[in-house]
Design a protein around this ligand. Structure first.
Ligand code: FMN
Length: 188
């Protein structure tokens, strides 16, 4: 659980409602996490977060309030051993794939890549037909060809693991935890 030390997990939340509450649950379980929240995610958070469970006490929350995404400088200081982007909206995936970094979340992905920090991205557009959770309940969605192509392109990125389901995401986090336990990084 959380002891407030670094390096720790960086978790970037984008404005996708797909498995949004489940992603928040994983953040609670993980503990040693700093959160990077896109402007859209901040709005979506208010729509989905009904339980209002407080975040783990050592969690720092960085919001998308600067043009330069100033908090991503923390990646250059070696503060994070892993970046999780979950859930990743179609918009965020598209920008990541084309090397665009103009939001806090896309900047986390770009700067983590440049600092060789491994990334786990939970893409929401993984099949031509999905059931997703709107604030009012489950709804069918039909990701377009471009959305599916972008998810496929992301899989070719260096040091990037694309999770296509909650089970994939949970397994990827567990695998990274095991890797870190076997070869701990020096404290920062
Ligand atoms: C309630 C709600 C749910 C949404 N769910 C999704 C979603 O599941 N997938 C998606 O790609 N976009 C979804 N969006 C749209 C994104 O929030 C929007 O594309 C936004 O520009 C994403 O910005 P970001 O990628 O910077 O976070 C949702 C929007 C709202 C209001």
């Amino acid at each position: 659980m959380s002891d407030g030390t670094y390096p720790r997990w960086a978790w970037a939340l984008s404005g996708s409602g797909h498995f949004f509450t489940e992603s928040l649950e994983l953040i609670h379980e993980l503990g040693d996490v700093d959160l990077f929240v896109s402007a859209a995610a901040e709005e979506v958070l208010r729509m989905y977060r009904q339980d209002k469970k407080p975040l783990p006490p050592t969690t720092k929350v960085y919001r998308d309030t600067s043009a330069s995404s100033a908090p991503v400088g923390l990646f250059y200081e070696g503060k994070y051993h892993t970046l999780v982007v979950a859930p990743a909206s179609s918009n965020t995936v598209a920008k990541c794939v084309y090397g665009i970094s103009d939001t806090l979340v896309t900047n986390c992905f770009a700067q983590a890549g440049k600092c060789r920090v491994p990334c786990i991205v939970f893409a929401c557009d993984t099949a031509p037909e999905l059931i997703t959770m709107a604030p009012s309940g489950p709804v069918p969605v039909y990701p377009r060809r471009i959305d599916l192509e972008n998810t496929a392109r992301l899989k070719n990125f260096e040091a990037t693991l694309v999770a296509e389901s909650l089970a994939d995401l949970t397994a990827a986090i567990a695998a990274r935890q095991a890797q870190l336990a076997a070869a701990p990084l020096p404290a920062r």
